[in-house]
Design a protein around this ligand. Structure first.
Ligand code: PLP
Length: 388
């Protein structure tokens, strides 16, 4: 009999989502604004923003839309360059191209797997020397929930006077030095896609520096209509606002968000215990107490000494992935760096070998609210028996 499938990260409803959706139907708020959108934004602000913050949050149709509007707000335009972490999902970089700008990829450092602050500094210097202009923005990612080295990165950004857009799509509830991810740039992007920490089926949000910028983002997201009796447009517009139905799911998810985060951290702790005596499997952990990852996915590196059953030269992550797949367990190789993607082959890139090494040795393991003790037992015993 085929064993039940264990998925990498499957969404789970908290139980109250349907009530908010019903409310939207009852009051006929089946549009991209309404009480659920307002309520969800307030829930997010309460959960994510520091106490005395002036920041405000605008709910949008996706994380990609959030990154795009963040770049628009930062004035990124045709011919500009934007520094982007290479080791990430393509949605961190694509919106740069939507704006007619060029992404300049920067490699990672091995502790957090995120953008290397020193390499960022020297690559900005080189861009200035080569093009005579400074990049317009820096896109920093908190990959798999792990906060980047945000102090050092902020210092580099300040030194050059370049604003940061923090892509916290995978880092909902992660903290760096006690502050929630998404707050470290001028703008911060969140995603509520189906596989993220909380979901609205599809959705995202942009953390904005204040109410004025939030209003501007909401205006861009609803076609930039000016207050006039006719349709008056003085700026480019987008259709990027979150629907009141999706926001209803979000309000229900916010009631269990902290439970989900705690569960992900517990899953990580079970992997930690299981792999502590297996030198071939290196669990990716917080490098110091300043970092508090949500462990959206638990990720491992496989040591070069490891021999995985069935490795026919495909590499140990792929060999291990196949072993897990045979047991009906989903796992996935680490994001393939953007500088290795055919679509971005002509983009400038500043490399140190780190992201390629992570890509060639790393694997994402199942996590999330559906992964309990039995599932973890199956994943761990399969990994153990895959080692020769
Ligand atoms: C998911 C994700 C996004 C995009 O979010 P969507 O809501 O899917 O558009 C952006 N960046 C990273 C790192 C992501 O993981």
């Amino acid at each position: 009999m085929k064993k039940e499938r264990i998925l990498l990260r499957l969404c789970k409803m908290g139980g109250r989502e349907q009530e908010y959706i019903d409310l939207a139907f009852r009051d006929n708020w089946v549009v991209p604004l309404g009480p659920n959108v307002d309520g969800f934004e307030q829930d997010l602000e309460k959960f994510l923003l520091p106490q005395d913050s002036h920041k405000k949050i605008c709910a949008l149709s996706s994380g990609t839309a959030a990154i795009h509007l963040g770049l628009v707000m930062l004035g990124v335009d045709k011919g500009d360059e934007v520094m982007v972490q290479s080791l990430t999902f393509s949605a961190s970089a694509n919106p740069v191209v939507y704006q007619g700008a060029t992404p300049v990829f920067v490699d990672s450092e091995p502790e957090t797997w995120n953008i290397d602050p020193e390499l960022l500094d020297t690559s900005i210097k080189d861009r200035l020397e080569k093009t005579g202009r400074l990049p317009k923005a820096i896109v920093v990612v908190d990959l798999y929930g792990m906060p980047a080295k945000l102090d050092a990165i902020t210092n580099v950004a300040k030194k050059w006077g370049i604003p940061i857009l923090e892509d916290a799509a995978e880092a909902f509830g992660s903290e760096y030095k006690g502050e929630k991810c998404g707050n470290f740039g001028l703008y911060g992007a969140l995603s509520f896609n189906g596989n993220k920490m909380i979901t609205t089926s599809g959705g995202g949000a942009l953390i904005c520096p204040d109410e004025e910028t939030r209003k501007r983002v909401a205006s861009y997201a609803t076609q930039s209509r000016e207050p006039a009796p006719w349709y008056q447009h003085e700026r480019i517009g987008f259709n990027y606002r979150m629907s009141n139905i999706c926001a209803g799911i979000g309000r229900g998810q916010m009631m269990v968000a902290q439970e989900f985060i705690n569960h992900h951290k517990w899953v990580q702790s079970v992997y930690r215990e299981a792999f502590k005596d297996i030198p071939e499997i290196i669990l990716h952990e917080n490098p110091s107490p300043e970092f508090d990852s949500n462990f959206w996915l638990s990720t491992i590196s496989i040591s070069p000494q490891a021999k995985i059953k069935g490795d026919d030269g495909c590499g140990s992550p792929e060999a291990l992935r196949r072993c897990l797949e045979k047991e009906n367990i989903e796992s996935r190789q680490i994001w393939k760096p953007m500088h290795l993607q055919p679509f971005f082959k002509d983009a400038p890139a500043y490399l140190n070998g780190c992201s390629e090494k992570i890509f060639n040795t790393g694997l994402c393991l199942p996590a999330g609210p559906w992964v309990g003790e039995n599932e973890l037992e199956r994943v761990i015993s399969t990994i153990k028996s895959s080692l020769q």
